[in-house]
Design a protein around this ligand. Structure first.
Ligand SMILES: NC(=O)c1ccc[n+]([C@@H]2O[C@H](COP(=O)([O-])OP(=O)(O)OC[C@H]3O[C@@H](n4cnc5c(N)ncnc54)[C@H](OP(=O)(O)O)[C@@H]3O)[C@@H](O)[C@H]2O)c1
Length: 220
């Protein structure tokens, strides 16, 4: 068994989620940031790849006080559990994500010193020989009570999840900007697929200055 997995990502019109320097760019508008905060508040856990931690150093907290209070009233933690996919345990020990409960999923490649350093900050799970075994990680999270898992990037992690058929739905916010750059990270990086992943458009709507696309992989 695995949690329901939904991906949220903000993109330029040319499909980029950052620039060549991998800087964190302001892509979303205010309306989109509010929508993302609602989605975060609805999740049991939020997952990112270590590339996103190294580039953006996100906190991954619910920003709105009202939404955090609502979670507490519902008997949940103020913020969702945070999960970092990090084969070699490269996450810095002063990463801002270490606020609340965090799980760092590593593979057998992670060095003992790194594991000892991060064990003071987070729960560590070792799953996979080289890369983190995402199927096993999702099973593990389900056993921990995670039913709704939000994935906030980056493109390499999203690519692996799509490849392994582990994505239930995606929300892509397209801002009216062009970032350019053949080396800029995109919504789905890594190797290209043998055949394109066929998606279904569930809905699309104008949101603030951009367009929100709700899409999901086709079942057959
Ligand atoms: N616009 C947005 O909404 C948004 C959101 C998030 C991120 N971003 C941008 O995206 C960029 C970071 O994306 P990224 O693609 O470099 O990194 P990422 O997807 O966040 O993390 C990828 C890393 O995770 C580790 N990993 C371990 N097991 C894996 C597995 N089974 N499958 C995939 N990855 C696995 C790998 O590093 P190891 O081998 O070392 O473990 C891999 O390089 C940044 O520029 C950031 O600003 C944008």
């Amino acid at each position: 068994m695995r949690p329901y997995v939904f991906v949220n990502i903000a993109s330029s019109l040319d499909g980029k989620i950052s620039d060549e320097k991998r800087r964190q760019l302001r892509i979303s508008c205010r309306e989109d940031l509010e929508r993302v905060d609602e989605l975060r508040a609805s999740a049991d856990a939020i997952m990112v790849g270590v590339g996103t931690i190294l580039a953006d150093n996100p906190k991954l907290n619910v920003k709105s006080k009202e939404l955090r209070e609502r979670r507490l009233r519902e008997g949940r933690t103020e913020n969702p559990l945070k999960v970092v996919v990090d084969s070699k345990c490269r996450i810095p020990d002063d990463a801002q994500v270490f606020d609340g409960k965090v799980i760092v999923a590593v593979s057998k490649l992670a060095k003992r010193e790194s594991l000892e350093r991060i064990a003071k900050k987070a729960q560590i799970v070792v799953l996979g020989e080289e890369k983190v075994d995402l199927n096993s990680l999702l099973n593990f999270l389900y056993d921990q009570g995670v039913r709704r898992l939000m994935v906030e990037g980056g493109g390499t992690l999203i690519s692996s999840l799509l490849r392994e058929g582990l994505v239930d739905e995606m929300f892509i916010y397209y801002a009216p900007i062009i970032i350019g750059g053949s080396n800029s990270p995109t919504i789905c990086d890594g190797r290209s697929f043998e055949l394109p992943v066929r998606m279904e458009i569930v809905s699309f709507e104008r949101l603030g200055e951009g367009i929100l696309v709700h899409t999901k992989p086709r079942k057959n």
